[in-house]
Ligand binder design. Structure first.
Ligand SMILES: *[C@@H]1O[C@H](CO)[C@@H](O)[C@H](O)[C@H]1NC(C)=O
Ligand SMILES: *[C@@H]1O[C@H](CO)[C@@H](O)[C@H](O)[C@H]1NC(C)=O
Ligand SMILES: *[C@@H]1O[C@H](CO)[C@@H](O)[C@H](O)[C@H]1NC(C)=O
Ligand SMILES: *[C@@H]1O[C@H](CO)[C@@H](O)[C@H](O)[C@H]1NC(C)=O
Ligand SMILES: *[C@@H]1O[C@H](CO)[C@@H](O)[C@H](O)[C@H]1NC(C)=O
Length: 552
């Protein structure tokens, strides 16, 4: 073994989320500088952190600590010596962070680990930052009664020390009204360098020493770009070459002909005379959404505003069939946060039209992007509380779908609509592939899919469930908090599955509270069983929303 294989990670006891997560700092000689850049907040009742590590060959270490407020916190103690050799077996060490109880204060703790490989002169410095809220001892005795819990599940595998909180207090969390305390594993790697390359650089040194050890010894100078360990910086995404055409989805839409699709909606068909088309709201290559007016059948003096989805002349029969079939996804469901199809118009010689009730602010994704533009001038345009309220409504609608055992399969901001009362409704994805072509990709199988919103099991095995809808909800929540940005924008769609498998996820948006990001992160658990249910999400977000209202 020429190169040491170094593994170093931190077990995050995400008690509130009910999941354990491992945050890798060094894996297979790759330093995860992004993970190192986190300044994780430790729940105030957690007094011990556990780190796991091992090395395949000789690596020496030096360990040191700093705290920025020694009055509030004693110097951290580790149960390993401050200098020695990284064990060859996977081992755990503990770092004790005890508040002194003399002061109410947030303390920043720095743990520094200097690694030396093969007794060379070069050291790799790893800096771990943590924050912890410390309180005066007096407070400990009477403020420990309530915690806001998202939901409980079996706290399997959680370290007993962390699972049984000591007598410190949860005031901080309560005051923010927070559900989820610890950030779950995240990540985008920022800049990584194999120790392998170190060797190569060493060899190159005789030629040029200016290239020496970029990155490894200077973790702090990395920029925040998505970067995978093994993806060249300038790799251009492979452009998918399938049409935005909507191959019919295997299981449910297979071999439906236009005739059949029309037959299925005959009972909600209305005559063309009752419809007046007004403005075009959105337009794709073959599809269009109009704002329109529908005249009541019984009383022609009464009008109703509607969305009208329709196709242009060049649309193929497959595209028309697809529009009709997909429009029926939510048909017959009644819930205040769902927007199902109400009517169709399928008269001979006319392009078919699909009618949905009108929501005057239109598509949620476009609305969010609009907000982002406005936000530059007016930061108060839309509040975080409003965004959380939207998320709650989406979760409510999805919870209803889950109870009815309807799987949406394409939940995203683009498939929601909003009105001036900030009421949000989930709708079907008919025409979305055409209107938001950047959000769909086909991975060589000619099936155009919302890859960046899909759970791993859906990507890999074509398995869909309410749990995969929960995943998409997490991404939708992220879209809300970023005002309509595209998730995983720098990741090649072909790489998504591998990327997710490796444990990477979308980064925490700027200005997104840790608690909310923790909610998203739980939606992206690899195991579908471990993801929260929509009902739990509604509850959790509602509590968070209330807390924002109380403290903002
Ligand atoms: C680690 O290395 C840096 C830079 O050489 C040094 O300043 C620091 O004191 C070292 N830390 C420990 C814990 O030895
Ligand atoms: C340090 O503590 C952890 C957990 O408390 C334990 O698993 C580990 O064996 C201890 N290490 C040493 C060197 O005592
Ligand atoms: C590490 O040290 C061993 C002997 O101690 C030596 O054989 C080996 O070449 C060294 N490896 C590197 C990468 O310097
Ligand atoms: C706080 O916790 C202590 C020890 O766990 C317990 O004895 C005490 O009753 C608790 N106080 C409140 C207000 O719940
Ligand atoms: C190791 O340190 C030596 C001397 O300090 C330097 O010349 C060399 O470039 C370093 N090698 C690496 C891989 O950083």
């Amino acid at each position: 073994m020429l190169f040491p294989v170094l593994l170093f990670f931190f077990l995050i006891p995400a008690l509130f989320i009910g999941l354990d997560a491992e945050l890798y700092y060094v894996r297979n000689d790759v330093v995860n500088h992004y993970a190192l850049s986190f300044n994780l907040l430790i729940p105030s009742e957690t007094n011990n952190l556990h780190f796991s590590w091992h090395a395949k060959s000789k690596v020496e270490y030096k360990l040191g600590f700093q705290v920025d407020n020694p009055v509030a916190m004693d110097m951290p103690q580790a149960n390993i010596s401050l200098q020695g050799e990284v064990p060859r077996m996977l081992s755990v060490f503990r770092v004790e962070l005890s508040c002194a109880g003399r002061l109410d204060s947030e303390v920043t703790i720095l743990m520094q680990l200097n690694l030396t490989i093969n007794s060379s002169k070069n050291i790799t410095v790893l800096n771990f930052k943590r924050r912890k809220m410390c309180y005066k001892s007096k407070a400990l005795s009477f403020k420990n009664s309530t915690t806001v819990k998202c939901y409980s599940r079996t706290e399997k595998g959680i370290d007993p020390v962390n699972a049984a909180p000591t007598t410190s207090t949860r005031v901080f969390y309560i005051s923010v009204g927070v559900c989820c305390a610890v950030i779950f594993l995240v990540a985008i790697i920022l800049a990584v360098l194999h120790l392998h390359s170190m060797k190569r650089i060493e060899l190159d040194d005789s030629i040029s020493d200016s290239s020496s050890s970029q990155g490894l010894s200077q973790p702090s100078t990395q920029t925040t770009q998505y970067l995978r360990a093994d993806t060249p910086n300038n790799a251009t995404p492979v452009t998918s070459k399938c049409y935005p055409t909507l191959r019919i989805e295997k299981n449910d839409l297979k071999s439906v002909s236009l005739m059949e699709a029309k037959a299925k909606v005959k009972d909600i068909a209305i005559s063309r005379e009752r419809i007046t088309l007004k403005d075009v709201l959105q337009e794709g290559t073959f599809g269009r959404i109009f704002h329109g007016i529908l005249i009541e059948e019984k009383d022609p003096s009464k009008e109703k505003q509607v969305f009208i989805k329709t196709v242009k002349d060049q649309a193929s029969e497959v595209q028309v069939t697809m529009m009709l079939t997909e429009s029926c996804k939510l048909r017959g469901l009644h819930h205040r946060n769902l927007l199902p199809i109400t009517h169709v118009c399928i008269e001979e010689g006319e392009k078919p039209m699909v009618l949905l009730p009108y929501m005057n602010w239109g598509n949620l994704k476009l609305f969010l992007r609009q907000c982002k533009l406005v936000e530059a001038n007016n930061p108060q345009a839309i509040s975080q509380q409003d965004l959380v309220h939207m998320a709650i409504q989406i979760a409510c609608g999805m919870s209803y779908l889950a109870r009815r055992e309807v799987i949406h399969k394409d939940l995203a901001a683009r498939n929601c609509v909003i009105d001036d009362a900030l009421q949000v409704k989930i709708t079907d994805n008919a025409l979305s592939r055409d209107l938001f072509p950047m959000d769909y990709h086909c991975l060589g199988d000619n099936e155009n899919r919302p890859v960046r919103w899909m759970a791993l099991e859906s990507l890999v095995n074509n398995e869909f469930s309410s749990a995969s809808d929960v995943w998409a909800f997490g991404v939708t929540l992220w879209e809300l908090m970023t005002l309509g940005q595209t998730p995983y924008v720098d990741i090649d769609p072909f790489e998504m599955a591998a990327y997710l498998k490796d444990g990477y996820r979308i980064a925490q948006p700027i200005n997104c509270p840790d608690e909310l990001f923790a909610v998203m992160a739980c939606c992206w658990a690899l195991d579908p069983e471990e993801r929260p249910k929509f009902q739990q999400l509604v509850q959790c977000l509602t509590e968070f929303h209330a807390a924002l209202g109380a403290y903002v």
